[in-house]
Every structure is written in structure tokens, then in C-alpha cells.
Design a protein around this ligand. Sequence first.
Ligand code: ADP
Ligand code: MG
Length: 580
Amino acid sequence: MPRIHILSERVANQIAAGEVVERPAAVIKELIENSLDAGASRVEVEFRQGGREILRVEDNGCGMSRVDALLALERHATSKISETADLDRLATFGFRGEALPSIASVSRFTLQTRAEGADAGTEILIDGGRQVHVRDCGRPVGTSVEAARLFQSVPARRKFLKTDATESAHLVQCVRLYALACPRVAFTLVEDGRVVFRSPQCATLAERVAEIFGRQLAERLVPIESAEPGLRLSGLIGRPGEGRSTRNELMMFVNGRPVDSRALNFALLESYRDSLPEGRYPRAILFFECNPADVDVNIHPAKREVRFRRDQQVRGFVIRCVLERLRELGAAREFEIAAVDRPPGLGEPAAAFGLPHSAAPAPCPPSAFAGDSRPEPPRKASARGEGRVRNWRFLGTAHELYALYETPSGIVLLDRRAAHERIWFERLRAQFAQGPVPGQRLLLPVPLELEPIASAILLDSRPFIEAHGFEIAEFGTNFFRVEAAPQWMEPADAEPFIRDLLGELRDGKLAVSSLDLARDELARLAAARAVRLPPAGDASAMEEFAARLFETDSPLTSPAGRPTFIEIDRAELARRFQRP
Ligand code: ADP
Ligand code: MG
């Protein structure tokens, strides 16, 4: 029989290290957190060969006395909490007291530290968990921790490390996150002797972003700030229509801590759904704050994941804030453009080409119904649209699809389909919100034969479908007839539209249980599939069309998130033609 025995401290630490510091970036994370917890105003990070050869973090924080430094290397030694209740009012990054002993157990570990008022510093060297020496050293107040030959004593772990380039990417991303979390702390990152970034203390997040990602990105992001009792959201977000192909530029912080949070990710992606094409991700650096008691950071040893006590409330709040901001941005952009004065020498003032709103009919799908009374959503005070269209002069259409306009600042290519969908999406959404949609009886009812599942779905959701302008009669098993369709729809489109709708109901994209969302989705589907694009009109109609687009809440994108127009400014044109 094997005898039971307690693992040695060293083995226990190596096992714990597997959880706390599974890769070089995790080591750097723990060390930076310690520096920040120590009140440092300057943190320097250096690594070589993807962190395999050396990782070092140096700070000018409070430092440690020799006694404390030795204690800090014991497991579960921490100065940050003393009872579990403290977890609910946590104000530090660290609290588990595991990082230093874990790192020391899997590397050649050198700690140098000096506390304020101490005559000399202390240096402690530990190799693979065994103490080599403790002695005096000279250094300024603060702490430096170096972990060399990481995981060399644990070959099983070392094997799991990816290429240097991959580990390096993780390291850089990690340091950036903390640099963003604490703009007021100066950060330096050095890789293989080369400075990756060096940022002085910054007054604002935007400055810090410019320091570490460059001015160009910083200028593309816009501030967001919102609060409700007990909840606060702030940071920087990307403009509508400007997406990325990966989530890498989506950075979240909860109570100042960089985290992965499903709830926040979900809320952000949901908010951008109408503002980005499918498969594109927004850029965002978002700080969410709430009562520390309402968020659990202790669900993973690396403290990267967090869980909210009131998940739904958090999602709802974030979606509201971001949506609100995106709407404002749709409008703000247009003021920017409209405010540009028309430079002299560009021909007729564009105002001559703009028409009063009532003069030209909006582009609408042709309707087969006599006495057509298409839904007219309540018009907004249209200062925005008028200001805008006065400055857009229609020049022509290319490939039937693209309308070309001259604007004071350059030229605009407008995707007629995308713009048309945006206008119709909002028009229908407004109409759906007003209550049941009247249908128009079809002269020739359209037969609809469905397979059993689709037919069950239709029967289940018939009240919803009929509230939106359809009338459907059942004629025996799996056999129906569409007897009325919404006024804005071509009768020929009714049957394929209902099939599309049943498809969405079937795979859950549209759920009638949540009526508001279901209406939005229905409007989106209708704008995309059931609203026909009329031929391009004359100049006044096309300028009116642009005005209509700018009356919508999100003129920059289609409901599916595609850009509605591309603007090429005069400077860009001049550059392309190499004009002197
Ligand atoms: P935790 O951060 O969870 O408390 P650690 O093992 O990371 O556990 O650190 C143990 C203790 O060592 C900390 O509580 C802190 O008191 C001290 N310490 C660690 N790093 C530093 C540092 N850079 N400056 C000052 N004190 C530090
Ligand atoms: Mg720590």
C-alpha cells in the first residue's frame, strides 16, 4: 500500500504554478499587478525570447523590508486581505498570495527590494524553489523581480509554450492592458533589448492609447461615458462601420482590472450589431465599474474571468449606453461634414440642387396596390437632413448600384441598396412599434405548402405574423394560403418572405417571446429581402434620397452593418493624382 504523505512546499508550489502562471504572460501579469498594488508610478517590463530566457518587472513602489520579502515568498502570504469578507471590498489586483512562491518554484528567481527608510535593499535568489542566498543589495526604493529560465525545472510545462513570437504577442498584449488600466503610471516595455513602447504618465486614457497604439488609432476612437446608480461605463469605442476582423482590439476592464467577461463581450457585440457587418468586431477599450461586492473575480486562479451577480442588469446597462452613443455618433459625423464650408470655385452652390423635402417622393419599392398608402414614419425635425443634402450634389450612378455625389470636402459613393435598406428598416421599425400593421388583401391569394416543422412554427407564431400585416388561412395539414400582405410588400414577395421568416424563427434568430427584438429583426429581414430597390432617380430624387438616409438614426451603416457610403476627401484625391 502506498503511504500517504503531505507534498513538500516546493512540489505544492510547482503544482500551483501550473494554474497561476501557465505561460510567460501570466508571470508578467502577476508581477505588474504587484507593482501597481505597491503604489508604483513607474513600471518597467523587460523580456527576452518570448519570456523563456528572462522576464523582469521593476517598479518604484513601496518596496519590502527583508522580513516581508522573505514572508512574501511563502505560500498564501499576502498583505492585501486577511478574511474572506475582504474579497467583497477588494481594492487591489492581488489577494491570493500565490504568485511569488509559484513563480519562484519554476524559475531562477531574483527579488531585489528596498522599502522607504531602509538602509539597504535585500536580494533573494531562489532557483527552482530552492533558496540560494539572501543578502544586502544597493537599489532605490522599490522592487525588481526577475524570473529567468522559466519552467526549465518543469519540462512538462516548457513543452506547452508556443513559439517565441506567440508568447511575445501575449506578453505585449498583457502589458498594454495594464498600461491602459493605469494611464497615470509610466510604463516601459522592452523586448530583446528593443523598446516596444515607452509611455510617460498620461492624464487621460486617450493620451495613453496614442502613446502605445499610435495617434492614428487614438483619433479613430471616441469617448463614451455613462452612469446609472451603482453602475458606470467609460472609455473609448470605435465609430459605427469601422470594424476589425478579430476581437483583439476589444479590451474590457472591470473595476480597473483587465478581464474576460462574457456578459460584457456579449453586450458590446450586441450593441454594434446594426453598426458593423457580420463577422466584424468593434474596437473598444471599456471600463465598467460597479460595487465590488457585485462582481466575483475569484473564479479562476489567474483572476482573468469575472462573474457578475446581476448579469442581466449589467448587460442591459452596457447595451443602453453603447447604443445611445452609437446613435449620437451617427448624427455627429454628419454635422462635422455639413459644417464644412463649401470652398470657392467648385461650381454651383449645392444648395441649388437640394429640394424641399416634400417635392420629391422618397424612393420606395414600387407597389402593386392602387391607392397605395405606404407607411410614413413621423418625420423628424429635419435640420440634419437638409443641412446635409444641401451640400451633396448628385453626379450620376455607376453600375446601377452606386450613386456618386460631389460634396464640399470631396466625393461620396453611396451604395444605393445599403442606404435603401437603412431607410426602410427604420421606417418599418417605427411602423411596427405603432401597433398592428394593416394588411392589404391580395387579389390572388398565394398558396403556401410547408413541411411539418415549418407548419407548426407558423401556427405557433401566427399572431405575431398577422400583427404585422399578413393574413394566413389554414387549408388542411401543412397547407396554407396567404390572403393579405403588408402594404409595402410586392405580392410576389410574400411567399418567399414568409419562408425566410419561418427559417429565422426556426433557428432562433427571431424569437417572438421578446417582442421588441422580434420586431427589429422582422424589420431587418423585410428591409433586406422584401423591399425592392427602385431604379435610380434624377438629381433631385437622389439628393432627397440622401436626405432621407440622414434622417435615420444610423445613416452610416445598413441594418446589416454594411457601410452606406464611402467618402474620399479632396486631400486624398489630390494625393492619389500626385497633384503638386
Ligand atoms: P498577492 O499579490 O496575492 O498578495 P503575491 O505572491 O503576488 O501575492 O505577493 C505577496 C506579497 O508580496 C504581496 O501581498 C505584497 O505584500 C508583497 N509584494 C509582492 N510584490 C511586491 C512589489 N512589487 N512591491 C511591494 N510589495 C510586493
Ligand atoms: Mg500578486
